[in-house]
Design a binder for this molecule. Structure first.
Ligand code: ADP
Ligand code: YYY
Length: 220
């Protein structure tokens, strides 16, 4: 099968909009693979912070990105054989990931690694530029969003459930700053591109959001 015949559902959107949760469930229902592209930026950030790398040095960061020794195994993420599934969700890592993601060379260094997830029978990929840059020929492109307040509440609840310390007003401020950075950057900005279907989940639960995407995919 030619790789471009392998269907991709691209789900892009701002922080804590529900992309990862919804994408994983859609992938499960369809028997497709799943790509959490944000985890790659978080892994570069974690690796850089741990090696005291300069988070403003694009060359060093792109080299870290190119050399990432990472394994995705079901819901677990391993960096150099260490389980970092929760470590990459810490707010410091979130903020660092958003900063390093503004560097073109870092994005180029992660591009082929993301595209390698496109395997038979299909892929559901979530991030900021899945439909605009990584998989422009995606069969279905979704822009998943929710109000900033709703997203902050969701992230707060999520971090609390993981036992990760958080403060709701700091989360809301961080989230707004990252939204602005992710959509305001010159390279691969978060945007609702051509042919992308808007899905605002502020008043939808996870199941309703998943069903909405499955319905759209079935109607292609
Ligand atoms: N529609 C929804 N209603 C309520 N909670 C949601 C919804 N979508 C996602 N969540 C929850 O919000 C939190 C953030 O979702 P996540 O998938 O991590 O967002 P993202 O990948 O966009 O950052 C998770 O705890 C998830 O279970
Ligand atoms: N395809 C992607 C995915 C994430 N990023 C950046 C933007 C985000 O601030 C960080 C972390 O992404 P992630 O999707 O894990 O962030 P959220 O869970 O949505 O808060 O990486 C990106 O620039 N491009």
């Amino acid at each position: 099968m030619v790789i471009n015949d392998i269907p991709v559902i691209a789900i892009d959107g701002p922080s804590a909009s529900g992309k990862g949760t919804v994408a994983q469930r859609v992938a499960g229902k369809l028997g497709f693979h799943y790509l959490d592209s944000g985890a790659l930026y978080r892994l570069v950030a974690l690796s850089a912070m741990r090696s005291d790398a300069d988070l403003a040095d694009e060359h060093v960061l792109s080299d870290i990105a190119a050399r990432l020794d990472v394994v995705f195994e079901d819901a677990e993420i391993w960096l150099e054989s260490e389980n970092v599934t929760d470590a990459i969700r810490a707010e410091a890592c979130s903020n660092a990931a958003s900063r390093i993601a503004t560097y073109p060379r870092v994005r180029v260094a992660l591009l082929e690694r993301q595209r390698a997830f496109r395997q038979f029978p299909g892929l559901v990929a979530d991030g900021r530029d899945m439909g605009s840059v990584v998989f422009p020929d995606a069969a279905l492109k979704i822009f998943l969003t929710a109000s900033a307040e709703t997203r902050a509440q969701r992230r707060y609840k999520q971090l609390m459930e993981k036992g990760i310390d958080a403060n709701i007003s700091t989360l809301l401020q961080d989230l707004r700053e990252r939204d602005a950075r992710d959509s305001g950057r010159s390279v691969a900005p978060l945007q609702q591109g051509e042919g992308t279907s808007l899905l605002d989940t502020t008043s939808l639960d996870i199941g309703q959001a998943v069903d909405c995407i499955l319905r759209q995919y079935a109607e292609i």
